[in-house]
Write a protein that binds this ligand. Sequence first.
Ligand SMILES: [Zn+2]
Length: 209
Amino acid sequence: MIKIDKGEAPAFLRDLKKKGLSYRDLPHSPYEHYINVLRKQLLSEQHGLCGYCCREVSLNNSHNEHMKAQKGYNNKTLEYNNIIASCNHENTCGKKKHGDCSDIVYPTREDCEQQFEFNEFDGSIHGTTDLANHTVDVLNLNEPSLCEARVHTLYGIAWSSYQDVYDQCYKESLPQWLHYADIVRYVLREYKNNWQAFQQTFRGLYNNV
Ligand SMILES: [Zn+2]
């Protein structure tokens, strides 16, 4: 999870709210095109990454996710700050959380990145608080293929300089950040003063695969 900086709510959402509509009205004529318009804005704000697991997503394999479930917050379904783009993986993130109204660490929270740590060798994620550990369970962020994909991403960046990698997951002007930018940011923090050690370790692991 990386911090999402929410921009201004699109005008059409404000208009729909004024009309007393809810998100449930969006799939119906004449509003249905707003679903994709909204998601394009979300994906651009998130640099093309799932708001929960940070895998790379596009318009066709993501959905508009209400962080606080719609059923618990009927009057807030058009609240822009409550909507992010989530991947469509059947067993993680928004689809896994579906209908769960318990509180989790949201990626709009200022300190959300400090709430998690990773094991860079097996790709697992761990909370630094009870709420963060609950979040890992609710979103199933230790799903095996997800952990594996994180480690593969680290192999991939072990050939790049610290600055290159940094730019690829922090530079605001980039439309697309490195996938799994959350574990990448974590190793950037952990190996800040010893990037060479990271490179050597991960190049060595790659050679042994
Ligand atoms: Zn996801």
